[in-house]
Design a protein around this ligand. Sequence first.
Ligand code: COA
Length: 260
Amino acid sequence: MSFENIIVTAENGIGQITINRPAKLNALNVATIQELHDAFENLESNSDVRVIIITGEGEKAFVAGADISEFASFTIQEGAQLAAQGQELLFNFIENLRKPVIAAVNGFALGGGLELAMACHFRIASDNAKMGLPEVSLGVIPGYGGTQRLPQLIGKGRAMEMIMTAGMVSAEEGFRSGLVNHVVPQSELLDFTRGIASKIMRNSPFAIGRAIKCVNANFKDGVNGFETEIRNFGKCFGTEDFKEGTTAFLEKRKAEFSRK
Ligand code: COA
């Protein structure tokens, strides 16, 4: 599969997607959103890949937002459609993937860029990262899930302030508020992120996929997360992973999980 706006690699169990429009600070145009969807779909079905990392090319930006030049003259209907398609194709799609997706935030993550990072299962930032939802400064609001995921991650009051001021927070501030899990020097960002991916890869892919589903259930309308947990807990008992994990423990050896 060849792409114009992204670079995709798969090595040692880790799929990496790098958004590659550095001259535009990796801004998300519609073509890039489609390519990202295709790349995630592809890595999800690649049984050699267990964890996916997404980052931006260059040292300046993860993603500086949705591509403003594309939507500046949109109508009401076109605006709503842009948000709906983007949410379905990419942001909700990532959140609901069964494989863990980690955002390695290597610089500006603004607007759609922060929304992309927030759709991932968790975030690691380089020390130069700056994050914000500046949409109201453009006369619009976040449209790729930002008004929902930011309060989920940092609480309503802090999210309200960030959205209303259109301001940026530093990596350290993001760490303190729970927006990012770790802050590391930029030169170490990818190695550090791969290290966490390696820890994840020691565990049961089936169980991880179900755990993602259950955690997400807490944030879905009309879904009872506790019931989702009970159902999926039960499903684990029918898997080879469960057999291998418990047998390995009892035999005092490391589990070898092979299935997707
Ligand atoms: N959409 C389209 N193009 C963008 C972009 C975006 N969201 N963010 C940056 N770019 C482009 C700039 O237009 C510029 O292109 P040009 O060289 O062809 O003029 C290029 O990327 C470099 O950006 P520039 O603004 O010159 O860099 P800077 O270091 O001076 O400022 C930012 C960096 C991130 C502060 C600034 O680019 C910015 O505010 N971007 C928009 C952020 C935003 O509002 N995002 C939310 C969109 S909903």
